[in-house]
Design a protein around this ligand. Structure first.
Ligand code: SAH
Length: 296
């Protein structure tokens, strides 16, 4: 891909962030109907049910595929041992994020609202609010809160209103998607590992986030049906930013993703699509799981 010229932006630079393991609004466009499908393979997304109380251990979707080792879900406050106290622990996590330089009130509010401990195995729930990445199964990790907050703040920077449609590549356990649901009108989140796609669906059922649409497929292709996107975020890093993401970004939109830089290291990269072209800014070093093509 031909790299656009690098133009410095006013983006606060914080200390290097690792996930722990090593302007503008989109114009009105009709939403795709559901279930939605990615080109290959077939994808089924199920809208969360409307109304009623959250159903711990609610039934599986028709699309659930057998996985070799069942991934455990964590929907019970009793099982986590955190219960109602999790609110105080989250408030403490948010104070630490503020101390680390996160200043957007909307982002801080979203981080305060989403119960991270519900996205990890119950055995790890007591670490749910530590600034650490945690295993979520199938060799993948949930990014640490400071990375989620940092990337989310970059996405929202200069855009005090809710974002329009947002595309996330790498649903994982669904935590980042839940955070984004508070800050945008619609979230489309793609995962290439069916076991995690299903687990995210289970995790998110509790929250009844009607604006989160989970897709199973290869996120390197983006999701053209939802384009153009006000924002695109990836939690997995490749050699470069796939062209499909750049094509599907709205003019005035922003992309935040880890990518390999010339030095062969991973950095957080911000790409703004302006009316005159792409503006690419390389930020701090990060360490994310690899972006892989195809599905598994
Ligand atoms: N945002 C997630 C982080 C998960 S880790 C969370 O909050 O939990 C990154 C995820 O990206 C992994 O689940 C991995 O399977 C997924 N991934 C890697 N390459 C991908 C691709 N091409 N398409 C979709 N997902 C991909």
């Amino acid at each position: 891909m031909k790299k656009p010229p690098v133009v410095p932006l006013v983006i606060p630079r914080s200390a290097a962030v690792a996930n722990g393991t090593a302007p503008g609004q989109v114009g009105a466009k009709p939403r795709p109907s559901f279930p939605v499908q990615l080109p290959q393979p077939v994808v089924l997304a199920q809208k969360p049910r409307a109304g009623g109380s959250p159903p711990p251990g609610a039934g599986r979707t028709q699309t659930a595929a057998p996985v070799a080792r069942p991934l455990r879900t964590n929907t019970s406050p009793v099982a986590t041992g955190l219960g109602m106290d999790s609110q105080a622990v989250r408030a403490s996590m948010v104070r630490k994020l503020e101390a680390q330089g996160i200043s957007s009130p909307q982002v801080l509010a979203a981080m305060r609202a989403v119960e991270r401990h519900r996205f990890v195995d119950s055995a790890l729930a007591n670490q749910g609010y530590e600034d650490t990445s945690l295993p979520i199964g199938l060799g993948q990790t949930i990014s640490k809160p400071s990375v989620v907050a940092r990337m989310t703040e970059l996405l929202c920077q200069g855009r005090p209103e809710k974002l329009g449609r947002v595309l996330e590549i790498g649903t994982g356990c669904g935590y980042q998607a839940a955070v984004l649901s508070h800050l945008s009108r619609e979230v489309y989140s793609i995962e290439r590992l069916r076991g995690l796609h299903e687990r995210a669906r289970e995790n998110l059922r509790w929250f009844r986030l009607a604006n989160v649409h989970l897709l199973f497929g290869d996120g390197m292709l983006g999701y053209a049906k939802g384009a153009p996107y006000a924002a695109i975020i990836a939690a997995a890093g490749g050699n470069d930013i796939p062209q499909a993401w750049l094509d599907q970004l709205a003019v005035g939109g922003r992309l935040v993703a880890p990518a390999e830089t010339d030095a062969g290291r991973q950095n957080l990269v911000v790409i703004d699509k302006t009316s005159t072209g792409l503006v690419r800014t390389v930020l701090e070093a990060v360490l994310f799981v690899p972006l892989k093509s195809g599905v598994g």
